[in-house]
Design a protein around this ligand. Structure first.
Ligand SMILES: Cc1ncc(COP(=O)(O)O)c(C=O)c1O
Length: 426
């Protein structure tokens, strides 16, 4: 057969999917049940009103191609939402509906980046960003995170070169759970403005912030002239309304020019987002009640998990948002990868090794990642940021009971690993 494209072959597999497979195999072979901390899929059901509105849309024949940028009524409601809740100055034409923010991120990268351009990503990041920048033939450069996984603004500034076109900011963060204070976001915004960069603001977890109000980067440029705006704001129904399987997200483009280009880009990328799902989304926007209920549950689970992990000496920070925490297993002598596999085998608890959230390709002079491409469908093995080597990500979007049971097994297992390590050193 002819050779598949190089850029598609450069993409690594998602680390979460690998653990998924192992957990599924364990459950299928009857060795489970596995407590599933490896995936960020809420255990809640979507609000009844959403399910009902989606059914109704189908019964009413809303089953044809909608516009590529979304159903008009939904775009109007989203415009009202981002103006009121996010403080973003947007006309309805700037709101572009997408089948999830995953696709929206790729569409924005296609608009913001030319091949060979550099995009700044946080050094520990949601792996799809790295995959997507490879697919866009852009070069990912990683900006440093300091204590509590907060961005080091000076260090970020130092990453900028004449080829830098874009910075991606994700607060609340997956996988760290860090929420960046308004001053940090403002400082990053000012750096981007000074160097004339696009900002991709991934606000997938905007509604899951525990101890502060969510801040949208787009609100900083509310009073600027359209031509001076640079923030693409990305949102999703997946986490706020437990609608992961619906596949519904949206972009607020910084101005009419970028909105028009995005509209063109969505035509070849998705055609359009499923019609009945958008009517379900419209129903979700009418009631914020379920968001508060879920946020309270995540806060309770965060407190439970953090309390147990801190007592065991496995974390030194408190996540302020999303539903993730990174545990540090260095004291066990195992890498995150080794720990995750052994934990699944011995305790039937599945976590995601953080190495997969920190792959950092080295790029050659031709702008491609260095190293030979492996044959067939195998993916390259990229270097991993050493900061992530001993970390695992725990997603606490499972029941309180599973959080308690799963974390106590994890803590028990970590203690056993430390004892084994101590014994072998003696
Ligand atoms: C940081 C972040 N952004 C975007 C997404 C994508 O969400 P969706 O494609 O379901 O809208 C996720 C999903 O896990 C995420 O963690």
């Amino acid at each position: 057969m002819p050779s598949p494209s190089r850029r598609s072959r450069y993409i690594p597999f998602s680390p979460i999917r690998a653990m998924f497979r192992l957990a599924d195999e364990m459950d299928r072979s009857g060795k489970g049940p596995v407590i599933r901390f490896h995936v960020g899929d809420p255990d809640f059901a979507p609000p009844d009103a959403v399910v009902e509105a989606t059914h109704r849309a189908m019964r009413e024949g809303k089953t044809h191609y909608p516009q590529s940028v979304g159903v008009h009524e939904l775009r109007l409601a989203l415009t009202e939402k981002v103006t009121r809740r996010n403080g973003i100055a947007a006309e309805w034409e700037q709101v572009v509906v997408a089948p999830g923010s995953t696709e929206a991120l790729l569409a924005v990268m296609e608009v913001a980046l030319d091949p060979g351009d550099e995009i700044l990503l946080p050094e520990i990041y949601w792996p799809n960003y790295g995959q997507q920048s490879l697919l866009a033939s852009a070069k990912a450069v990683f900006y440093p995170l300091g204590a509590g996984y907060q961005p080091d603004v000076e260090g970020t500034r130092r990453c900028i070169t004449p080829k830098t076109r874009c910075i991606l900011i994700n607060s609340p963060s997956n996988p760290t759970g860090a929420v960046f204070p308004k001053e940090t976001l403002r400082a990053l915004y000012d750096v981007a403005r000074k160097h004339d960069l696009w900002i991709v603001s991934d606000e997938a977890y905007e509604d899951i912030v525990f101890d502060a109000d969510h801040v949208s980067l787009g609100s900083f440029e509310r009073d600027l002239a359209e031509a001076e705006r640079r923030v693409f704001s990305l949102f999703t129904f997946s986490k706020s309304y437990a609608m992961t399987g619906f596949r519904l997200g949206y972009i607020v483009a910084p101005n009419m020019t970028t909105a028009t280009i995005l509209r063109k880009t969505q035509e070849p990328l998705v055609g359009s987002t499923a019609s009945m799902i958008q009517w379900g989304g419209l129903a979700a926007l009418r009631d914020d009640g379920p968001i508060a209920v879920m946020r309270d549950a995540y806060r309770r689970r965060r407190d439970l998990a953090v309390g147990m992990l801190r007592e065991a000496g496995l974390i030194d920070y408190t996540p302020q948002g999303a539903f993730y925490v990174l545990a540090d297993l260095a004291s066990t002598g195992l890498t995150g990868d080794e720990f995750a596999r052994a934990l699944l085998e011995e305790e039937k608890v599945c976590v995601a090794p953080a190495a997969g959230f920190a792959f950092a390709p080295h790029y050659g002079a031709d702008g491609n990642p260095e190293g030979a491409l492996p044959p067939d469908a195998a993916a390259p093995d990229y270097p991993v940021n050493p900061k992530a080597r001993h970390l695992v990500r725990i997603a606490f979007c499972v029941s309180d009971k599973d959080v308690e049971e799963g974390i106590s097994r994890l803590v028990r297992f970590a203690a056993r690993c430390r004892d084994r390590r101590g014994a072998s050193a003696r």
